[in-house]
Structure formats: structure tokens, C-alpha cells
Design a protein. Sequence first.
Length: 140
Amino acid sequence: MQRLLLFLLGCTLSFGLGFAASTLRDTPARASVPRVDARPAYLIVSGRILHPEQMGAYYEAAGPLARQAGYRIVAGGNTDEASVHVLEGRWPFEGVVLIEQYDSMEALTAFWNSPAFEAAKKLREGHADLDFIIAVEGEE
């Protein structure tokens, strides 16, 4: 059940801010076929779901689009539980922290900026409170 909740929250949070990858604004989502030399891309997400009962339509619309880009949860946990540890500095955010992996930055940005995902994001407006979402290209 916790893994399902993390997946649902991951879908919600990772699709929250359109600025994470603005270079391919009009590229349609498509099944990702990573280049041989492509490096994975990661989204790091922090936030909360305010109205989980209102998120079903968003999950149904956004989930398949993300999976086409190679979406999978790498790590995640709730900051109120023992699964997230601040080792140095301050972490002012509450809620969930997720790390998601995608096939490549190209696949992630194509999905993120697709018209289909732009439409899906509207289904979750007012139901999630996002602290931040960042995209980072991984190492080989």
C-alpha cells in the first residue's frame, strides 16, 4: 500500500511544475527509445497531496505518459517518518520526497512538455502543494 501511495504521490508531485524542463516546449510525448549513450534523468520532488480523493483522473491521464518516458520510482519517503534523514543543514519542507528515474533528459522533457501532459496537469490543480521539482541528468 505504501508503494502505491508513493507511486500516486510521485505522479502528482513530479508533474507539478512546468519549468523543470523548458527546452522542448512543443515536443509531443512518445515512447522513449534511449540512445546507446543516453544518460538517465532524475526528478527530485518535494510536496504534499491536499485532496487525494480528487486525483484519480490526473493519475489516469498522467501515469501512462510518464511510463512511456521510462518513469520509475528510485527512492521516496515521508519527511514525518524515519525514511527521510537530514544529515546536514536544514530541510524546511514537509510531506514526501521522491526521486524518480527516466530513460533520458530528452525523454523526460519530451513527456513534460507534451500537449497531453499539459492537459493532464490541469486535472490536479488545487489538489497538490509542491515545494519544488528539479530535473538532473544522471551519470553513466
